[in-house]
Design a protein around this ligand. Structure first.
Ligand SMILES: Cc1ncc(COP(=O)(O)O)c(C=O)c1O
Length: 382
């Protein structure tokens, strides 16, 4: 059964109280946008003064339709513990990526995988190596646990400084390599990543290298390639992915990692049992099974991203070449103020990533949203 507007409203209990009772994520885009993802609906919500949400690199078209159907069909299984279903998800991920199921582990979002890696592999005497700026979870969690962190600034082109990172590997517990990197959007080619990983593994006999591929499905650069094949060759390599981006399932919390079984076990034993809910499992399996999901979202993102990059470039602001569902633009002024000013006009954009305090990270929404958003950017930057 497909999710009609009426069944959606019934399902989520939105009655006469209307929009006031909607969950926050739905309020942000409007009911129609959340259900159907139409450009008209998004435009309508904009006219109603609802913010355009370009702050968290979510999928602006909503969840993969196949996942929504699977969630609907799974409501009745909510009384059962979901532990057995994890195997089905791991099997589906393994099949889709050409690895064995025992080379896959699941997480409550890939954020949990990143935390588990810090907890499992770093110690008071074995530090974390991470770029600056990069996705903050590993460094923040290491700080919470009182574990040492060595942050390596990105280079002049805002690419990860692989040489400088390598120099910090000796004695490390974990190296976090985000490719493409959030927030810069920069991608490193397969040859460069492979050379880096092999040199890092040689530099220290214990270190684990984690390659975060949260934005993998958006990349078109022919020099890029996933690092998944490396996990079969190198037991000290872990690759993480997520359903939060191209599959539109950020709210369901499902991430996964590839690695050697013994390496994954070191993280797995720190996980909560039955952490992945049954509806989430059903959503993940169904989303993977739809061959058009990635193709469709990749194309829509590329069109809206190209439009947005062109706008900034024509307006005289450099944009880091992006292979993701966000861009980083150099706005030549304080980005915290720019963020506040855009929010005041109904467009939410990304947080500030020190030390890049004059750059702004903007998630790519629908083309209709971006056409509205650039008008606000234009007014604020004027
Ligand atoms: C690079 C990167 N890794 C991991 C995550 C965590 O995502 P999730 O926990 O939703 O899988 C994000 C979220 O934005 C991210 O940008």
């Amino acid at each position: 059964m497909s999710l009609s507007r009426r069944t959606f409203v019934r399902t989520f209990g939105v009655g006469s109280a209307g929009a006031l009772t909607l969950p926050a994520w739905l309020n942000a885009r409007g009911l129609e946008a959340g259900t159907f993802g139409t450009d008209e609906a998004v435009t309508a919500t904009w006219r109603d003064g609802v913010p355009i949400k370009l702050d968290s690199n979510e999928n602006p078209h909503g969840p993969a339709p196949a996942a929504v159907r699977a969630i609907e069909q799974s409501f009745r299984r909510a009384s059962l513990y979901p532990s057995k279903g994890e195997q089905e998800v791991r099997d589906a991920i393994a099949k889709a990526n050409g690895v064995a199921a025992d080379q896959v582990m699941l997480g409550c979002g890939s954020g949990e995988i990143l935390r588990l890696a810090v907890q499992a592999f770093c110690t008071p005497t074995r530090h974390l190596v991470a770029a600056k700026p990069t996705f903050e979870t590993p460094a923040k969690y290491a700080e919470v646990l009182g574990l040492p962190v060595r942050e390596v600034p990105v280079d002049g082109n805002l690419a990860l400084d692989l040489k400088a990172m390598l120099a910090q590997v000796k004695g490390a517990g974990l190296v976090f390599l985000c490719n493409p990197n959030n927030p810069t959007g920069h991608v490193h080619g397969k040859a460069a990543v492979t050379a880096f990983v092999e040199a890092a593994l040689q530099a220290d006999p214990e270190v684990i290298v984690l390659i975060d591929e949260a934005y993998h499905e958006f990349v078109a650069d022919p020099s890029y390639g996933t690092s998944i094949p490396m996990v079969s060759r190198h037991p000290r390599v872990v690759v993480s992915r997520t359903f939060s981006k191209i599959y539109g399932l950020a709210g369901m919390r499902l991430g996964y990692a590839f690695g050697a079984p013994a390496t994954l076990t070191r993280m797995e034993r720190l996980r909560l049992d039955s952490a992945i809910g049954g509806l989430t499992q059903a959503a993940g399996v169904a989303a993977l099974a739809d061959p058009m999901q990635v193709t469709r979202e990749h194309a829509a993102n590329l069109e809206a991203r190209t439009f947005t990059i062109d706008w900034f470039t024509k307006a005289g602001y450099a944009v880091v070449p992006s292979q993701t569902n966000f861009i980083l633009a150099h706005i030549k002024r304080d980005s915290a103020k720019f963020k506040d000013d855009c929010a005041a006009q109904g467009v939410l954009i990304g947080r500030v990533f020190p030390p890049l305090t004059q750059h702004t990270r903007i998630s790519i929404g629908t083309l209709a949203e971006m056409k509205q958003a650039v008008q606000v950017f234009g007014r604020v930057l004027a």
